[in-house]
Design a protein around this ligand. Structure first.
Ligand code: SP5
Ligand code: ZN
Length: 356
């Protein structure tokens, strides 16, 4: 008999509903919806052996430890500035229309920045998938608190805690939002474990379908944080520009980033082979802090934006493989868009992680 799994969650995410995203030239409803977290919560409440706990506030310091302070400020004011400028009437999300690429200035020395934070936000986005509504900022802050409170449970002695983060985080880089992600919950936890919880080496295992470009960027030159990611080969899948096997870190972090780009229709067989390699690297790295797991269920066979073929019981097997490390674990929710299966998949992973 083990203790109930602490599940950290809050309703603050409900106020973040972006309404639309663009795909293939079409406006479609956001895949990243409030219903996702509602479905996971309902399943864990009905069938999980979990204790449900509210997060505590941790303020901005852990956020600015991994994110550009200017980005944080611009994000905070983007919605109110968009409203004040009449850029949205309040019923629609704010999605910037102009993006400041590194190629923009060329030889120019630009004179100023736009006055509205909603326009300045375009300097900090790499795609159009981070809609801003009235509740977005609060939800993003709350997701960080969920993640950090889950980490505190583990530091305090729980062998496993689950942060039901929404919005997700792993595409958010130091100075850049994208891919439904605003603050990088997993990176914030890893850095907090280093700075505030006495860990000297922290490993992050990212099992979302997509490469966690943000997490990789944040820790690229960090030899004290191991970033391991299994994901769809970026040659065919978002985020396209990172996640290739040749990316292994630089500077002090040379060798402490590793990627496993995987083929379409990957089943548990192929997945488990890559995972076993990643887990051997965790052991070799010998972390002294908890394992941080970026958990996405967009690897599910029924996911509308993924092309892997994992089934619900496979998540229990993945969980058992990771649990065999014998490490304490902070599990943070990332993607997964087959809403009807999310709860069962999350429950299967947590059950396996508990070693059952
Ligand atoms: C956290 C997370 O999982 N973010 C993923 C962001 C993905 N955004 C781009 C999606 C492109 C979808 N292409 C759909 C192809 C459907 N066949
Ligand atoms: Zn994903």
């Amino acid at each position: 008999m083990s203790n109930p799994i602490p599940v950290l969650l809050t309703d603050a995410h409900l106020a973040h509903a972006g309404l639309i995203e663009l795909t293939g030239g079409r406006e479609i409803p956001c895949w990243e919806s409030p219903e996702r977290a509602v479905a996971i919560e309902a399943e864990l409440r009905a069938h999980g052996d979990c204790s449900f706990e509210a997060p505590t506030e941790h303020g901005r310091e852990p956020i600015t430890a991994v994110h550009d302070a200017n980005l944080v400020e611009v994000f905070e004011h983007a919605w109110t500035d968009a409203l004040a400028a009449g850029a949205t009437d309040g019923s629609r999300p704010w999605i910037p229309d102009t993006y400041l690429l590194a190629a923009y200035p060329g030889p120019m020395r630009l004179g100023a920045l736009p006055s509205g934070a909603h326009h300045r936000l375009g300097a900090y986005l790499f795609d159009t998938a981070t809609p801003i509504v009235a509740g977005t900022w609060g939800a993003a802050l709350a997701a960080v608190d969920v993640a950090l409170t889950a980490a505190e449970r583990v530091v305090g002695g729980a062998s496993l805690a689950y942060g039901l983060c929404r919005p997700p985080g792993h595409h958010a880089a130091r100075g850049m939002l994208g891919g439904y992600c605003y603050f990088n919950n997993a990176a914030i936890v890893a850095e907090w474990l280093r700075r505030s919880a006495g860990a000297r080496r922290v490993a992050i295992l990212d099992i979302d379908y997509h490469h966690g470009n943000g997490t990789q960027q944040i820790f690229w030159e960090r030899g004290d944080v191991l970033y391991l990611s299994l994901h769809a080969d970026p040659a065919r899948a978002y985020p396209y520009y990172s996640g290739y096997a040749a990316e292994t870190g630089g500077g002090d972090g040379a060798g402490t980033t590793r990627n496993w780009p995987l083929a379409a229709h990957t089943t548990l067989d192929g997945y488990a082979t890559a995972l076993a390699e990643a887990l051997r690297l965790v052991v070799a790295f010998a972390p002294d802090g908890p394992l941080v797991i970026s958990a996405g269920f967009d690897t599910f066979e029924g996911d509308p934006i993924g092309d892997f073929a994992l089934r619900t019981p496979d998540y229990a097997e993945i969980g058992r493989m990771v649990a065999a490390l014998g490490m304490p674990m902070v599990v943070l929710q990332e993607g997964g868009y087959a809403v009807e299966a999310l709860g069962a998949n999350a429950l299967a992973l947590l059950t396996g992680l508990r070693g059952a």
